[in-house]
Design a protein around this ligand. Structure first.
Ligand code: IDP
Ligand code: MG
Length: 152
C-alpha cells in the first residue's frame, strides 16, 4: 500500500464563513498544490469544540472562544500533501492577525485574535487527532485510483 501522505485539518471558522471567505481559502490551498480529501459544513456542537480546544480549557478566553465557534456553521476540511501541516500554518499566518504578514490568510482577511477566521493543525500529531475527531475514516477520499501520478 502506498505511504499515507501528510494531512492537515483546516477549518474555516464562523466569521470566515459569514464573510464569504470559503472560496478564497480553498483556492489558496488548491493552487498551492494540496489535495482536498475531505470537506463538510456543520454547526459544530459544543462537546466537539471542547475536545478540539482541550489544551485551551483553562485559558481565560475559553468561554468566548466557545461562543465564537458555535456562533454559526464552520467548514471543516482535510488537505493532503508534502509538508501540509507546516506549510498550512505558514499560509494561515500567526494566531494574532496583527502579527500576520500580508499574503497570509489571517494577514489579508482579519484584524482581531478573537475573530481570526481559520484554524490549522499545529503539528502532525495534532492533525491526526483533529482529523479523527471531525471525520470518520470512510469520509475521506483517496486519489490512489487516479491514473496519473500526482505532482505533489
Ligand atoms: P492557533 O489557532 O493559531 O493554533 P491557539 O493558540 O491554538 O492558536 O488558539 C486557538 C484559538 O483561540 C485562536 O485561533 C483564536 O481563535 C483563539 N485565541 C487564542 N488566543 C486568544 C486570545 O488571546 N484572545 C481571544 N481568543 C484567542
Ligand atoms: Mg492551535
Amino acid at each position: 500500500m502506498a505511504e499515507q501522505k501528510e494531512r492537515t485539518f483546516i477549518a474555516i471558522k464562523p466569521d470566515g464563513v459569514q464573510r464569504g471567505i470559503i472560496g478564497e481559502v480553498i483556492k489558496r490551498f488548491e493552487t498551492k498544490g494540496f489535495k482536498l480529501v475531505g470537506m463538510k459544513m456543520l454547526h459544530a456542537p459544543q462537546d466537539l469544540l471542547e475536545q478540539h480546544y482541550i489544551d485551551l480549557k483553562e485559558r481565560p478566553f475559553f468561554p468566548t472562544l466557545m461562543k465564537y465557534m458555535t456562533s454559526g456553521p464552520v467548514v471543516a476540511m482535510v488537505w493532503e500533501g508534502k509538508g501540509a501541516v507546516k506549510t498550512g500554518r505558514v499560509m494561515l499566518g500567526e494566531t494574532n492577525p496583527a502579527d500576520s504578514k500580508p499574503g497570509t490568510i489571517r494577514g489579508d482577511f482579519c484584524i482581531d485574535v478573537s475573530k481570526n477566521i481559520i484554524h490549522g493543525s499545529d503539528s502532525v500529531d495534532s492533525a491526526n487527532t483533529e482529523i479523527s475527531l471531525w471525520f470518520k475514516e470512510g469520509d475521506l477520499c483517496s486519489y490512489s485510483s487516479c491514473a496519473a501520478s500526482w505532482l505533489y
